[in-house]
Design a protein around this ligand. Sequence first.
Ligand code: SAM
Ligand code: SF4
Length: 476
Amino acid sequence: MSKLPALEPSPTAEDFIDDAAIEATLTRARGADATWVRELIAKALDKQPLAPAETAVLLGCEDKDLQQEMFAAARQLKETVYGNRIVLFAPLYIGNKCVNDCTYCGFRSSNDEAIRRELEQAQIAQQVQALEAKGHKRLIVVFGEHPDYDPHFMADSIRSVYGAGDIRRVNVNAAPLDVAGYKIVKEAKIGTFQIFQETYHHQTYAQVHNPRTRKGDYMWRLDGLSRAFEAGIDDMGIGALFGLYDWKFEVMGLVSHAAYFMKRHGVGPHTISFPRLKPAQGVNFDPKWLVKDEEFLRLVAILRLSVPYTGMICTAREPAHIRDTVLSFGVSQIDAGTNIALGGYAEQGDATVVEQKKLDSAQFALGDTRSLDEMVGKLVDQGYIPSFCTSCYRQGRTGEVFMEYAIPGFIQKLCTPNAITTFQEYLCDHASPAVRVQGEAKIADEVAKIADPGVKKVVQERLHQIRHQGKRDLYL
Ligand code: SAM
Ligand code: SF4
């Protein structure tokens, strides 16, 4: 097996996570008085990001009434900044070979049970066509870390996704690259590059990541998205894997990471993910740190309040009832109809049934297995507009420019119309008859609510073009 090339750490890499300082801040902030908590809630409602020390005050508040006030504020903030649209996507696992040995992951190198392989370019096309047939327009491609998955392989895979049909945005979840590697991947026109730090706590990081592996290098990972920025990728997704260490510490890590980006690059992360550990093949967790449902709901609300302009993603790792709940006060993007088995989307998957079962359990178990159509119906039931919009990055609204648009509330003016028209496409091309009826009623309601007559006219014209003239991919 060929080896991964040696690392060349960036001279500008900074360790902005001081474990002792975070622990001390969390301790000091415990049980702050109600006036202070309410002042911070008001600051968040004014759409000002909270400093990590302020987030600590919200994390340290155990008063149930004040917690309810945080949920209500998070709901209101989300409605103001994001409106009622929910962006939908699907993950596409490209390859599960991995040189790392993360103790929590079914793809870890010491797991001899996992069947290792990657999709060939033709198989990628097959998967994409199956996903498109369901109505997906936005994918995130996922890779293990392996010499076979170098930046050229990643870029070729992304091109195969775009080339297979009508996928309009491809995001990436992969191990950090060097600047030259990111440039190669960027050339393939990616949306967000997502890297989860897993745990921000240094000692825990060292316990769960073998120090002799590439992933064992905490700083290489922490600096990973800054190198991406240096390479011209200004659309970055951060995340922590909740359940490895204290959830409050990880929230502080995420908020510190967002603040660091703002300071160093002038933009915040585009998205934050907060997956909870799921059972995986041969994996035993320390139950001490597993995050309970009520804690999970709190962390979502506190993140929403702390980073008002960052999209929040909750994947199908979570069960349906939790996903349905967090949509109302934090989450703006979800996957649906998810299958994390390699080759799992094609109607006649290219793995045998036995292999599929093994692969299914290979990384982790899914909590929400609803199909895209079921999810769309459920979102409409709950008052949301399911959105398949991919406009921002295609219109150049990323990075700093995205922040400029987001801050004055442009998202509602641009995103709601784009959500409505992409939802209309879904209804015309993919929805079941029941969801189509439900969805058309929702679109009529949403169009009626558009206050700006100019925007309303454009949306009405576009809906007509989609329904009656077969036009597609119209966006503002
Ligand atoms: N190999 C790349 C890396 O580690 O960055 C990306 C792919 S990895 C499959 C994507 C993410 O899955 C990881 O960053 C980790 O947070 C998450 N993950 C791994 N094992 C998990 C588990 N048992 N439960 C939930 N999420 C898990
Ligand atoms: Fe490999 Fe990523 Fe799984 Fe770690 S989390 S074993 S790096 S695929």
